[in-house]
Ligand binder design. Structure first.
Ligand code: 5FX
Length: 533
């Protein structure tokens, strides 16, 4: 039969440049993982002396990563994938993701160098001198409070900035980081021809020229007007001179931004027509990898808990973040981060359950939904959402109490309290609870059925689990197929197996909707109290 009757198998490559490692996954046309590899920055590139992939200065305020380390790691990753048996000549499309908010500064002439890379030499040898700033600020940096206040003032306050860009000003967000470079490293800034996010920087290494910033990761900069989907000139002017031309125009996340570079063809035998789909942030890529659809939410129950929301009508607030959706035109995603996640669950397991998850689950199962009206909030660490700290317990008559009557009430108060908070904050951002959407759970605690039952009851929704360890990397591979195929993302992932974990009890709504109201009132009073301190 003619060659096109038996088209080559279509495989897809997804990458994720996270804080501690760069990972690559190859999937086949049925989205099955066929090859994977990772390069750990600390262990595999010790010459850069990073800890957790970063270098910390100034008593923790300044956190950066050597840009060239990421470059060197990519060649190592591609070699590891090839050794693992990946055949890059069968890759139809590549996409990727990266830690959000970090920034890369390309010196004048770097675009030309990117286009002339020689396949017989390492990337890092050829790109050693192309960065006008050699250390990239990353999301853990918190040295830009002054720039954040200036940006919020320039835009009329935190709520106004949130309505325009999806978030209030945050120290880690790229706009304030660029403002700091503009103010303190003016020469480097003026020598900078292009500023990339870590995601568009990584894409540039495959493209052989500057890759555009995508709208979803671009929503994490405090620079993008998420309604018009263009840079806000007011925000650009508040952060740096002629910043718009250094950023280039943003593109939709599913755009094919070009075909693979000659470097990648020569060195790794990619086919010259391999498509490169815009890279995005790790959280938008995770939303894709967790197969979130309209009306769904995903929760990653890990060291910190993260909530990924599908939003059709977002309501930006000074808490949480709204990003342009990486997978659906016109839709948005909400992101909520909680620092008191599994560390808090482990504390209560140790203090009330002799350190045993089995006892934890038994105590949870033996207490009634609604916990006799008791509500608890457990912020051993300074919480992100909301910005409070401390332990708070309320009994059924709304009185603050120092402790609950039993261990089982304490255990249920912790889990119900963590999920009530998530429902309150999700609904504030515009999420509609209980309209038939799914809850997708992942992360360590998603292996605990008793915990997932509470999640199903509080959200009055069926909970599914998917054990995708690297949801961002997997989501990047799915997005590579989506960008090439076009059409609806849902059609790309429709056969993905979701494991049904538990359904809500029939009385869930009548029990938890009133509790949501009470929780909201308690949280507002605590936030007010902390402001007065
Ligand atoms: O800052 C964050 C989100 O706003 C983190 O989740 C980074 O993306 C982690 F890399």
């Amino acid at each position: 039969p003619p060659a096109d009757m038996n088209p080559e198998p279509k495989n897809y490559l997804g990458l994720d440049f996270s804080t501690q490692q760069v990972k690559g996954i190859v999937i086949n046309d049925r989205l099955e993982v066929t090859h994977e590899a990772a390069v750990q920055f600390d262990n595999d590139l010790p010459e850069y002396r990073t800890h957790g992939g970063v270098q910390v200065r100034d008593d923790g305020g300044i956190v950066t990563s050597p840009t060239i380390m990421w470059v060197k790691a990519l060649d190592m990753l591609m070699d590891k994938l090839r050794v693992a048996g990946a055949d890059f000549s069968t890759i139809a499309a590549v996409s990727g993701s990266a830690q959000q908010h970090g920034s890369v500064y390309w010196r004048g002439g770097a675009n030309k160098t990117l286009g002339e890379l020689q396949g017989d030499r390492f990337l890092h040898d050829q790109l050693a001198l192309v960065f006008s700033l050699t250390d990239s600020p990353v999301w853990m940096d918190s040295s830009t409070t002054h720039q954040c206040r200036h940006l919020e003032e320039a835009l009329g306050g935190p709520q106004k900035l949130a309505e325009l860009t999806g978030s209030r000003a945050y120290e880690r967000f790229t706009g304030s980081q660029i403002a700091k470079v503009y103010q303190n490293r003016k020469e480097a800034y003026n020598n900078t021809e292009r500023i990339s996010l870590v995601s568009s920087f990584a894409c540039s290494l495959f493209l052989g020229k500057y890759a555009p910033i995508d709208l979803s990761d671009g929503s994490g900069m405090n620079l993008l007007d998420i309604t018009t989907k263009t840079w806000s000139q007011q925000c650009l002017d508040a952060c740096g001179g002629s910043l718009g031309e250094k950023l280039g125009d943003p593109v939709v996340s599913w755009k094919v931004v070009g075909s693979v570079s000659s470097y990648m063809v020569d060195r790794y035998t990619f086919s010259p027509d391999t498509a490169i789909v815009a890279f995005t942030g790790d959280n938008p890529a995770s939303l894709a990898g967790l197969c979130v659809e309209s009306g769904d939410l995903a929760v990653s129950l890990g060291t910190s808990d993260t909530l990924f929301l599908w939003l059709d009508t977002p309501r930006p607030r000074i808490e949480g973040h709204i990003f342009v959706s990486p997978i659906q035109e016109g839709a948005y995603m909400g992101l909520l981060c909680y620092k008191n996640g599994s560390l808090t669950r482990e504390r209560i397991r140790d203090s009330c359950c002799e350190g045993s998850w089995d006892i934890f689950s038994q105590l949870l199962d033996m207490t009634p939904r609604g916990n006799f009206g008791n509500i608890g909030m457990y912020y051993h660490l300074p919480e992100i959402t909301p910005g409070v700290e401390g332990l708070y317990r309320f009994n059924k008559t709304d009185e603050a109490v120092g402790r609950f009557a039993s261990n089982e009430v304490e255990v249920r108060a912790l889990i119900e309290g963590q999920f009530l908070a998530k429902r309150v904050h999700a609904e504030r951002l515009g999420f509609a609870t209980g309209i038939g959407g799914k809850v997708l759970a992942t992360g360590g605690a998603s292996n605990n059925k008793a915990i997932l039952q509470v999640l199903a009851d509080v959200f009055n929704a069926t909970v599914y689990t998917l054990d995708v360890a690297n949801s961002a990397c997997l989501g990047s591979a799915y997005r590579a197929k989506h960008g090439l195929a076009g059409g609806r993302y849902q059609d790309i992932i429709k056969n993905q197996l979701l494991k049904l974990a538990c359904k809500p009890n029939s009385d869930a709504n009548e029990i938890y909707t009133p509790m949501v109201m009470r929780f909201q009132a308690f949280e507002s009073s605590i936030v007010e109290q902390q402001k007065k301190k």
